[in-house]
Ligand binder design. Structure first.
Ligand code: FAD
Length: 487
C-alpha cells in the first residue's frame, strides 16, 4: 500500500532528480526498520526510480543535553539497525560525530547525489528546526513523512484542548486510518540496486566504529558530551523494545487498569523511551494489542461521543491502555504539530489556568527550592525525593509519580513559568523519554492544560488540580518504592 498522502509534507519545492545516484532516507526520529512510513516512502521512491536506497542515521555531539545516557540508548538502537539492514540491498550509513562540527556537510554531500531526500516528520525539540535549516541548503526534493501515530498529525488544523474532544474526534475520523498501516517487514524480500558511497565521502565521514556502535563505555567516554549522567536502566534498540512490548501484551496488559497506578508493580508498558527514540512504533504496539484481542477494525461502530469505554470493542484493559497510547499520546502530538512555536509554553494553557496562576503569583511559598536542590533530591518530602532519585538513577519513572513530581515543583518554585522550566530541565537531562511532545503535555498538564478548574481554590495552585504526597501515599503503595529509591 502506498504511504498516505496526508502523511507526507514537502520541505523544498525542488523537483525529484531522476539522474541522481540514490534515494536518501535521513533517519532522525523513527529510528527503526519496521512499521515506519518514512522508510516505506523512501523504498517507494527507490523502487519507482530503480535506484539504490541509502539510509543515513547520524548522531551529533553538539545537540542540547547530549550525555552518556542518551548517547548510549541511541547507539544501541543504531547497532540494532545496522544488524537489521545487513543482508538487505539498503546501504545503511551510521555516522557518529566524534568532534563537534565534524558532521557538518555530510547530509548535503549525500543529498547532492540523491534523486530525492526523505526525512521523519517529528514535531518537537530541535528536529523541525534542524530540518528547516537543512531544507534551505538542499537543491533536491526533500519531504518529511509522519509515522508518529495512528492519526496523521496534519489530518486537521484544529488544536484540541481536552482529551474528551480529541477522543470524540478520533472516534469519528480514525477508522479509515486503521486500514493504512506501515509495512511490518519492508526489508523482507526487498529488491533494489546496491549503492556504494564514493571514497571522497567515506574518507571524510567514516561509518561509526564498532566500539561506538556497541556503546562501549570507553568509546563513549572519549566523546565531548556530558559524562555526568550514566546510562539508564533500559537498553536501547528495536529488539529490546519489541521484547518489552511482547512481554507487556502477553503478561501484563490484562492487569493494566489496576496495576498501572501502582509504581511498585511494573504494571505499565514502560515503552515510552523506545517510543520516544522511534525504536518501537505506536502502530506496532497497536497491532500487537489488536492481535492479542483478536480484533479487526471492521468491528468499530459509530462514534460514541468521546466516551473512554466501549470505543474499541476490546477488553476493558486493552481499552484503558489504548486510551493512553492513542488519545493522550496523540493529543500531545496534535499540539506540538499545530502550534510549533509555542507548544511548550504557558501560552497553551486554558484561560482558567492562566488567570489562576496570575492571581496566585504573589502567594507566599513556604518551601522554595532551587533547581540544584530539586536535582539532588534535597527537599523535605521523601516520596518526592525518591521519584527524583529514580529519574536520575534509572532514566525513567512512573506516570502516577510524575504527576505528583510536577505538582510539587509547581508548589516549590517561584512561579508557574519557573516550574515549567525546571521540569523541562530535569527531564531533558535525565529522562530517556524526555524532549518529547508527551513531555510537554505532561508538564503543562501539571499547570492546567487539558484539565478543568478544581475546588477548593488553594494557595499557589489556585484552581489548578492539587496533589499531595500524603494523599498519594494513602492511595498507592509506596513502602517498597521508598526503600528502593532511598538516598
Ligand atoms: C509531569 C509529567 C511529565 C511527563 N513526561 C513525559 C515524557 O517526558 N515522555 C513521555 O513519553 N511521557 C511523559 N509523561 C506522560 C506519562 O507519564 C508517560 O508517557 C508514561 O508514564 C510512560 O510510561 P509507560 O510507557 O509505562 O506508559 P503506559 O501507561 O504503558 O502507556 C503507553 C504509552 O502511552 C503514552 N502515554 C501514557 N500516558 C500518557 C500521558 N499521560 N500523556 C501522553 N502520553 C501518554 C506513552 O507513549 C506511553 O509509553 C509525563 C507526564 C507527566 C505528568
Amino acid at each position: 500500500m502506498a504511504v498516505p498522502a496526508q502523511r507526507v509534507r514537502r520541505l523544498t519545492e525542488h523537483p525529484t532528480k531522476p539522474d541522481g545516484r540514490w534515494v536518501l532516507y535521513w533517519m532522525t526520529s523513527f529510528r527503526r526498520t519496521r512499521f515506519n512510513f518514512a522508510l516505506d516512502r523512501a523504498i517507494e521512491h527507490a523502487k519507482a526510480l530503480k535506484k539504490p536506497l541509502v539510509v543515513l542515521e547520524a548522531l551529533r555531539v553538539g545537540y542540547p543535553d547530549a550525555n552518556d545516557r542518551l548517547h548510549t540508548f541511541i547507539l544501541q538502537g543504531m547497532a540494532e539497525n545496522a544488524r537489521r539492514f545487513a543482508q538487505t540491498p539498503v546501504l545503511y550509513f551510521p555516522y557518529v560525530e566524534e568532534t563537534k562540527g565534524d558532521g557538518a556537510g555530510l547530509l548535503e554531500a549525500l543529498a547532492a547525489e540523491a534523486c530525492v531526500v526523505v526525512g521523519d516528520d517529528w514535531p518537537c525539540y530541535f528536529v523541525p528546526h534542524m530540518q528547516a535549516a537543512a531544507a534551505k541548503r538542499l537543491d533536491v526534493r526533500f519531504e518529511v513523512v509522519d509515522s508518529n501515530g495512528l492519526w496523521p498529525m496534519h489530518a486537521t488544523d484544529r488544536v484540541f484542548t481536552t482529551a474528551h474532544s480529541f477522543r470524540a474526534h478520533l472516534q469519528k475520523t480514525l477508522t479509515p486510518h486503521l486500514f493504512e498501516l506501515p509495512n511490518d517487514a519492508p526489508l523482507t524480500g526487498l529488491e533494489l540496486p546496491h549503492a556504494k558511497l564514493p571514497s571522497s565521502l567515506t574518507s571524510r565521514w567514516s561509518r561509526a566504529a564498532k566500539d561506538l556502535l556497541e556503546a562501549k563505555p570507553a568509546a563513549i567516554a572519549a566523546l565531548p558530551i556530558d559524562h555526568s549522567v550514566p546510562p539508564g536502566k533500559m537498553k536501547g534498540g528495536s529488539a529490546v523494545g519489541e521484547a518489552r512490548l511482547s512481554l507487556f501484551v502477553s503478561k501484563k496488559l490484562g492487569d493494566y487498569p489496576v496495576a498501572r497506578n501502582e509504581p511498585e508493580e511494573d504494571g505499565t508498558s514502560a515503552l515510552s523511551p523506545w517510543l520516544h527514540f522511534g525504536h518501537v512504533s505506536a502502530h506496532h504496539v497497536f497491532a500487537e494489542v489488536a492481535r492479542k484481542e483478536k480484533w479487526t477494525p471492521d468491528v468499530l461502530g459509530r462514534s460514541i461521543g468521546g466516551s473512554k469505554e466501549g470505543w474499541w470493542k476490546m477488553s476493558p484493559a486493552a481499552e484503558a491502555f489504548l486510551d493512553e497510547l492513542i488519545t493522550w499520546r496523540e493529543l500531545a502530538f496534535n499540539m506540538a504539530a499545530l502550534r510549533p512555536d509555542d507548544y511548550g509554553t504557558l501560552e497553551t494553557l486554558p484561560a482558567f489556568a492562566k488567570a489562576t496562576h496570575a492571581k496566585h503569583a504573589k502567594d507566599p511559598r513556604p518551601h522554595l527550592y532551587s533547581l540544584e536542590q530539586l536535582e539532588h533530591s534535597q527537599t523535605h518530602d521523601e516520596l518526592w525525593n525518591a521519584t527524583q532519585r529514580q529519574m536520575v538513577r534509572d532514566g525513567w519513572f512512573h506516570n502516577y509519580l510524575r504527576m505528583l513530581w510536577g505538582k510539587k515543583i509547581l508548589e516549590w518554585s517561584p512561579s508557574a513559568k519557573d516550574a515549567l522550566e525546571r521540569m523541562e530541565r530535569l527531564m531533558n537531562k535525565y529522562s530517556l523519554d524526555g524532549r518529547d511532545p508527551c513531555s510537554y503535555s505532561g508538564y503543562l498538564w501539571v499547570l492546567g492544560r487539558y484539565d478543568r478548574a478544581w475546588g477548593p481554590e488553594r494557595p499557589i495552585f489556585g484552581s489548578v488540580r492539587y496533589m499531595s504526597s500524603t494523599n498519594t501515599a494513602k492511595k498507592i503503595s509506596v513502602k517498597r518504592y521508598l526503600e528502593t529509591y532511598r538516598a
